[in-house]
Design a binder for this molecule. Structure first.
Ligand SMILES: *[C@@H]1O[C@H](CO)[C@@H](O)[C@H](O)[C@H]1NC(C)=O
Ligand SMILES: *[C@@H]1O[C@H](CO)[C@@H](O)[C@H](O)[C@H]1NC(C)=O
Ligand SMILES: *[C@@H]1O[C@H](CO)[C@@H](O)[C@H](O)[C@H]1NC(C)=O
Ligand SMILES: *[C@@H]1O[C@H](CO)[C@@H](O)[C@H](O)[C@H]1NC(C)=O
Ligand SMILES: *[C@@H]1O[C@H](CO)[C@@H](O)[C@H](O)[C@H]1NC(C)=O
Ligand SMILES: *[C@@H]1O[C@H](CO)[C@@H](O)[C@H](O)[C@H]1NC(C)=O
Ligand SMILES: *[C@@H]1O[C@H](CO)[C@@H](O)[C@H](O)[C@H]1NC(C)=O
Length: 326
């Protein structure tokens, strides 16, 4: 691997982090093997997740009740696009293209890794908190029309390439599926801006069709089936289950129109995202309603993971060792 000389201290820090990441990946792992760095789209995450049956492309009927459990931000002075500083032209944003409905089980609406909470649910799709607790993306804001005004994201989650402990470091460098989320104060619904981004060297631009694809890869991972982005309409529904830490989640998905426009207007990175003459986004929002259908036998038995203490000890050691070389 070649590291070209860089002057920016940020880049240097990132390179050091990358070296540390590679060193850590040598540590034998019994839980999940780090994906080979050559296969960017490895599906190891799926293998590491005990998956219950997928119910297939389901219930195509207009009789399905329209998903609720959130308020449209547009009804109360909010936006369905995030607020990004420093775009050119000014004022571009990223679509809030997935909503976790507040009609979901209450446990799923808690921002926690425990008791089947939101962060455990997201790990069904390999979406984990950021690399070694380092936030490397830039912050965005959103106004969910809940009286709170422009609010910075709760946090960013990144694809962990099948390794729940350091895999999100790989996403930081290689790019991939990631999301930012906000919680609507009036309803407790989660609004997510999901996309597939390019690698760090490309400035984390968004890949062609990357907003629609990001949304659909998230839905695909949560429901255990591939979603065909180009055939979606505002009557599309899917249902399926996925498990993590012995919590099994049933996710019912409705794609809804009317919140976002089927257009490139005001969409950040629209130039790289537009594909085959289609606008940057198709205007559909995936609304997820989630039920926990199985739980670990003894609750509170959230497993102690042997790797965590080792990594906690090794990372500072490695980083300081590397830094001392400079
Ligand atoms: C964007 O810029 C405004 C004004 O400079 C600042 O108040 C806000 O914190 C910035 N937002 C983010 C998410 O960095
Ligand atoms: C909130 O963001 C919007 C959209 O960027 C902007 O027009 C407005 O001035 C911001 N409000 C505040 C109080 O910063
Ligand atoms: C709503 O905002 C209040 C005050 O900031 C906070 O205490 C409460 O937890 C928030 N509720 C939700 C659902 O975010
Ligand atoms: C799950 O997410 C990964 C990472 O984005 C993606 O490569 C894969 O295609 C997704 N799986 C499904 C079934 O959508
Ligand atoms: C969005 O608009 C394009 C034409 O610009 C059309 O082909 C496509 O079917 C529309 N998608 C949806 C989901 O309405
Ligand atoms: C679905 O989209 C069509 C336009 O393509 C619109 O006429 C219809 O009202 C929408 N239906 C729903 C349920 O949003
Ligand atoms: C999950 O269930 C399996 C089989 O019942 C059990 O061996 C394992 O310890 C459980 N794991 C957790 C984290 O509860």
């Amino acid at each position: 691997m070649v590291y070209s000389p860089k002057t920016s201290t940020t880049t240097t820090t990132l390179s050091l982090l990358l070296i540390a990441t590679h060193l850590i990946s040598i540590i034998p792992s019994t839980q999940a093997s780090p994906a080979s760095s050559s296969s960017q789209w490895s599906d190891n995450a799926l293998r590491s997740v005990e998956r219950a049956e997928a119910l297939g492309s389901a219930v195509k009927t207009s009789l399905v009740r329209r998903a609720g459990g959130y308020n449209s931000p547009l009804d109360n002075g909010g936006y369905m696009l995030t607020i990004v500083n420093g775009t050119y032209p000014a004022g571009l944003g990223e679509p809030l293209n997935v909503i976790l409905s507040a009609d979901s089980d209450k446990e799923v609406l808690v921002k926690s890794l425990d008791d089947g909470g939101f962060l455990n649910y997201m790990l069904v799709a390999g979406q984990g908190e950021e690399c070694l607790g380092q936030h490397l993306g830039s912050d965005q804001s959103a106004n969910l029309g809940d009286g709170k005004g422009n609010v910075t994201e709760v946090e960013e989650l990144r694809y962990n390439y099948g390794n729940p402990y350091i895999g999100t470091c790989q996403e930081t460098f290689n790019g991939g599926l990631h999301l930012r989320y906000w919680i609507q104060n009036t309803t407790n619904a989660y609004f997510m801006a999901v996309s597939v981004e390019m690698d760090l060297n490309s400035g984390h631009d968004i890949v062609p069709n990357g907003y629609n694809l990001g949304r659909d890869q998230l839905v695909g991972n949560l429901t255990g089936q591939a979603i065909d982005t180009n055939t979606l309409t505002n009557t599309s529904t899917f249902s399926g289950t996925g498990s993590y830490e012995n919590y099994t989640y049933q996710t019912d998905v409705q794609y809804v129109s009317g919140l976002l426009k089927n257009s490139s207007d005001d969409i950040n990175h629209y130039l790289t995202v537009e594909e085959n003459g289609r606008p940057a986004i198709d205007g559909l929002v995936a609304v997820l309603t989630v039920k926990i259908t199985a739980r670990p036998q003894s609750s509170g038995a959230w497993s102690a993971i042997p790797q965590i203490p080792m990594i906690t000890v090794l990372v500072p050691l490695l980083l300081s060792a590397i830094l001392s070389l400079f």
